[in-house]
Design a protein around this ligand. Sequence first.
Ligand code: COA
Length: 164
Amino acid sequence: MRKEVKKAKKVSESAITTVRLMMPTDGNIMGNVFGGSIMKYVDEVAAMVAFRHAEKNCVTASIDRMNFLAPVYVGNILILKAAVNYVGRTSMEIGVRIEAQDPPSGKIVHTGSCYLTYVALDEKGRPTPVPKIIPETEEEKRRYREGLARRKMREAEIAALKRE
Ligand SMILES: CC(C)(COP(=O)(O)OP(=O)(O)OC[C@H]1O[C@@H](n2cnc3c(N)ncnc32)[C@H](O)[C@@H]1OP(=O)(O)O)[C@@H](O)C(=O)NCCC(=O)NCCS
């Protein structure tokens, strides 16, 4: 039986904050955490938000540029705050804010932010509609507007890639 697409969902219904202790396996011999480790955790948490919003299987369609504004060290607590910013027909932009906490001092540093796009798939692996979002707070409304602007830039980028 075909599953109905829910009309719209609140951003808070799928938002996730996770914490993870940075282990020696995440870092180099200097004690800095690899960018690739952070990207894996970012993709993981963003995918969970997409699954929760879509209530369907989703794949990563793109990951926008990622800047590492400050180092994360082995022994830090990595804090990832992820939420749906913008929803198209079958795709969703998830924003992830990355913070690192130094446990002895408790100090928290914003080390980067990243935007990822996921596409929901049906049983045959084809893009399938997802619920719209209801941005409630001023911050959610701003993120929605900015998500739409980024989507337009991605569309232009993809069109250019397809022409190559
Ligand atoms: C993502 C994927 C399913 C899109 O398939 P497609 O045939 O291009 O689908 P469509 O052209 O119908 O586009 C579907 C949606 O995806 C979006 N999209 C497609 N490629 C995109 C990209 N590179 N970046 C962002 N959004 C993208 C489209 O804008 C569209 O959004 P909308 O429905 O909200 O308007 C396909 O490219 C794919 O399977 N990629 C590989 C995914 C993967 O293996 N990821 C890594 C492991 S999870």
